[in-house]
Design a protein around this ligand. Structure first.
Ligand code: PEP
Ligand code: MG
Length: 608
């Protein structure tokens, strides 16, 4: 049986991630598969031959809407192919045809806007409908027809030129290029009498895969049918991202490898990690969807004990903070219910840009986050880019081992002014807010680097400065690093990668990247001990913090705060509140004595 068909028959149309009824089968534990977790590196891929969650191909994109789901992939309907151009005998008729096609496209979009239930979708469709009637575009079509082009070629050329101009401008404007290309394809399809490009309707739930999504497509999405979105292009503020978040659909954008996804294969999309696992098994799809449905049901119930501040059963406070990429990732009730942000991944503002965002643009973006969290702590991480998360304006040379090269704080050696501008923007935004702003650097390796970074940050009048521990050297020398900074935040995704000498994109070696690896936990314990000795906080902001049982172990090791995606907070809190601090310490002791990751997890499970 074809994967897609089997998937449909087994789960039926209502069981999309986070929606639909809870499955009748008992809840299983999370699948042991651990997706690669680099949210920001676009377009890298690791491959293996056998299907299955541990060994299938993993694509890496940019996770812009959290959630995990799986199902058959289906590609968007293709744009019409232009035939060879015709000799134009009656330019007036061509002009009239082009105008009529654009009028009909505008009308169709306006009608869709009226029907759209979601206000964000409605606004986008209305704007696109207006764009179709833009006199400047109509005039350039007229001129091209006067120059000898037929209506279809004229519309195609006029809209393509305009879209390319927007794309070259980059940033927000660049992300509007897809809107124009969508208008172009719709108008050309009308002129050629071809089917409208757009979302397929196979009659069963599927993961929509596209080059990029235009507003008319995303606004027409039926969330009962579309499980998740994967696009080759796009960015954190593209329509795909905005609407995916509005609809609660997991989404991965800027995933160039997705062009190779064939219709009907089973894939697993993790919108938090930004990963797309290809050729997963039907069993894996079942596990992922069961887990998602159970999580949704749990969230809907607001599981007993999961709400309120993070703390152990005996009242030891462990702030449970959020990992976000921008203010858009904050829950609507953040001001009342979030304990703060433990990791603001600022590189999302920089990705896909040809020029660095300026001081004012950055100030505004940071101020939006701070304004949403008055009186709360926001830990902002300075730009974490490099050869593995390429940013054209950094002009870094290609490296044979990007993960071991100029990335994270190291980019400031080559381009100190980029860090300076960012710190200036943070300082301006911080001066204007009631949030408590902490700043930290990614990929700190030595105490000297920590000292230099701290001096730069303090020179901007920012009081709280920290270092991320992602490199084993920094963990081994945590005490000396802490002589220069006010706090540490452990990035277990990278610390695991560098401790185990295992590329975090490598699905085949997922067992080595398991955050329960005792060697990784040893390094975390060393950081916590250094923090205790210095009287300074040491948090964890890598994926390890979102595993509820492991979170208890981390607290037992002496970690003072945990940061994770919003979806994990309730579960982690529920587990923490079940154990006293001493019980967490006993879990930690049992785990550190284990010889490997599986034994460590088993030791924690049996220690309660
Ligand atoms: C980490 O490495 O654990 C981390 C939080 O940083 P990122 O995943 O963004 O590299
Ligand atoms: Mg990292």
């Amino acid at each position: 049986m074809a994967d897609a068909q089997r998937a449909t028959e087994e789960w039926g149309p209502d069981q999309r991630a986070g929606r639909g009824p809870s499955p009748a089968r008992p809840r299983r534990e999370a699948p042991s598969f651990r997706a690669p977790t680099d949210e920001n590196a676009a377009g890298r891929e690791s491959s293996a031959r056998e299907p299955g969650p541990h060994s299938s191909v993993a694509l890496q994109g940019l996770g812009v809407s959290a959630g995990s789901t799986a199902g058959p992939a289906l590609r968007m309907g293709r744009a019409p192919q232009l035939p060879a151009s015709r000799v134009v005998l009656d330019p007036e008729a061509e002009r009239a045809a082009a105008r009529e096609a654009l009028r009909l496209v505008a009308e169709e979009l306006a009608q869709r806007a009226e029907r759209a239930a979601d206000p964000a979708a409605r606004a986008i469709l209305e704007a696109q409908s207006l764009m179709a009637g833009d006199p400047m575009l109509t005039e350039s079509c007229d001129e091209l027809i006067a120059g000898g082009l037929d209506a279809a070629h004229a519309v195609h050329a006029a809209f393509t030129e305009q879209a390319e101009g927007l794309r070259a401008a980059g940033g927000y404007l660049g992300e509007r290029a897809a809107d124009l290309e969508d208008l172009r394809d719709r108008a050309v399809a009308r002129l050629l009498g071809e089917p409208m490009p757009g979302i397929p309707d196979p009659g069963h739930p599927f993961v929509l895969v596209a080059d990029d999504l235009a507003p008319a497509d995303t606004a027409a999405l039926d969330p009962a049918r579309v499980l998740a979105l994967v696009t080759a292009r796009g960015g954190p503020t593209s329509h795909t991202a905005i609407l995916a978040r509005a609809l609660g659909l997991p989404a991965v954008v800027a995933c160039p490898g997705s062009a190779s996804i064939e219709d009907g294969i089973l894939i697993h999309v993790d919108g938090a990690a930004g990963t797309v696992q290809l050729h997963v098994t039907a069993e894996h799809v079942a596990e992922v969807r069961e887990r998602a449905a159970a999580d949704a049901a749990q969230a809907a119930r607001g599981e007993e004990g999961a709400r309120g501040p993070g703390q152990t059963a005996d009242g030891h406070r462990v702030p449970l903070m959020l990992n976000i990429g921008s203010a858009d990732d904050l829950p609507a009730d953040a001001a009342e219910n979030a304990e703060g942000v433990g990791l603001l991944r600022t590189e999302l503002l920089f990705l896909g840009r040809h020029d660095a965002p300026g001081l004012e643009e950055q100030r505004e973006a940071y101020a939006r986050v701070f304004a949403a969290l008055p009186g709360r702590r926001v830990v902002l991480r300075t730009l974490d880019a490099g050869a593995d998360k390429p940013l054209p304006f950094l002009s870094l040379a290609e490296e044979p081992n990007p993960a071991l090269g100029i990335r994270g704080l190291r980019t400031a050696r080559a381009r100190p002014e980029v860090l300076e501008t960012q710190l200036a923007a943070v300082a301006l935004a911080a001066a204007d807010t009631a949030a408590e702003v902490w700043v930290m650097a990614p990929m700190v390796s030595t105490a000297g680097e920590a000292a230099e970074f701290a001096a730069r940050v303090r020179a901007h009048g920012l009081a709280k400065v920290g270092a991320m521990v992602e490199v084993p050297a920094a963990a081994l020398r945590a005490g000396q690093v802490l002589e220069h900074v006010d706090f540490l935040s452990i990035g277990t995704n990278d610390l695991g990668q560098y401790t185990m000498a295992t590329d975090r994109q490598c699905g085949e070696l997922a067992d080595l990247l398991d955050p329960w690896q005792p060697a990784l936990l040893d390094l975390i314990a060393a950081c916590a001990a250094a923090g205790r000795a210095a009287g300074k906080p040491v948090g964890v902001c890598g994926e390890a913090a979102s595993d509820p049982l492991l979170a208890c172990v981390l607290v037992g090791l002496g970690i003072s705060s945990l940061s994770m995606s919003q979806g994990a907070v309730g579960r982690v809190n529920a587990q923490l509140r079940r154990r006293t601090r001493d019980e967490c310490a006993r879990l930690a002791e049992a785990v550190l004595a284990a010889p490997d990751a599986a034994a460590a997890r088993a030791a924690a499970e049996s220690a309660g």
